[in-house]
Design a protein around this ligand. Sequence first.
Ligand SMILES: C[S@@+](CC[C@H](N)C(=O)[O-])C[C@H]1O[C@@H](n2cnc3c(N)ncnc32)[C@H](O)[C@@H]1O
Length: 426
Amino acid sequence: MHESRISNLLKQAIGMDAEIVGQSVIDHAVRARMTVCALKDRGEYWERLRHSAEELQLLVEEVVVPETWFFRDAEAYVALADFVLNHWAPANLTGVLNVLSAPCSTGEEPYSIAMALLDAGLPAPRFKIEAVDVSERALADARRAVYGRNAFRGRALDFRERHFRPVAGGQQLNAAVRERVRFEQANLIGDSFLPGAAIYDVIFCRNVLIYLDGATQERVIKAMDRLLTPNGIFFVGPAEAFLTRAGGFQSANYPSAFACRKADGKMRAPIQPWQPPEKKVKPAAARPGRNTGILPVRPAGILPAETGSGELEARASHRQDAGVPDLESAGRLADTGRLAEAREACEAHLLEHGASAAAYYLLALVRDSLGDQRGAAESYRKVIYLDPDHPEALLHLALLAEKQGDPAAARRLLARVRRGEEAIKK
Ligand SMILES: C[S@@+](CC[C@H](N)C(=O)[O-])C[C@H]1O[C@@H](n2cnc3c(N)ncnc32)[C@H](O)[C@@H]1O
């Protein structure tokens, strides 16, 4: 009885759905808090919790999932730079670009936004980033801005040389980037969440909707709709794109960026058609800025971690010859809600090119979005077979194991994620 009361309180407080994250995750957090409070009886803990806002916050700190890293789902940052240079800047020759990162966790996401914009040539005074999260602990880490190895994943890490310097305990982010971001505690599902309307040109709300129940997801998407300017752009996580379509958004047509815009918004026609980032990128010095006075995008080390440099293009050209859809096209189909076609494209890709973690991971996400949990679990397992430390596949499998009533398997998978994180830190 106390379990369900505590779960209900957490659902009311931050929207976290026990059925989605798994009761065992909540139980684990409750046990940790009971140990700190020196309480043995769950009833006593419940009494303390329901009368103490402070204890509720401490339980929230224990239960939230702060998993994040720099340039996570890197295509989003390439799309961001393209949007700003080719859509926002030509329409705003003066003025400031307002960006929201909600939730921002320990800061990697809003700081990646700042680095991507600076590297694209947007002058620092021309953009402001507000970053919010419910976790005070995560925000304290974000303000400190010293990061360990776990924050730097994948192979494209040249941004680290440009924007960080080594200090005891990790890498300290330079002040020029830190100063672009303002952190504040806020609850996405609170009644007073960021009052006002049409404030932000860019919103990142990634990898939190997956933990919420349907009604709360809808509420958060409505809040983002209220806060986004009519011609703004809205980024979500890979498993969340289909939710935005139900909320009246449409794809912004950036492959694998999980970006959308208001259905009635008027996004200016791009000055040049969208191309895959690797083909489009040229050294900044080689191309003059456009009439905006802003330099075009330069590589900035934001290529997707899974694909590695050049591998996808090599496959892409082969594939075009063979008439088999490439992973980028499959990602684009998934992005625009054509999930059945995306699944077929992934399957055709796997038949033609053989097994790869990237193809199975996309197939798993698509199957997940289609509600095919068994198929998704099977594909995530193949990802792990090919890449045993793939943290996202391990996390998704853990969530699925919880949903399917197997908390022991979920715990084992989460332990593997933690072991992987610790190995990276060493
Ligand atoms: C997995 S992280 C995502 C961080 C980042 N957006 C990314 O994609 O890497 C989820 C974050 O959501 C925050 N969170 C959970 N519920 C929240 C709520 N109701 N309001 C604000 N933040 C919340 C957690 O504290 C955690 O830092």
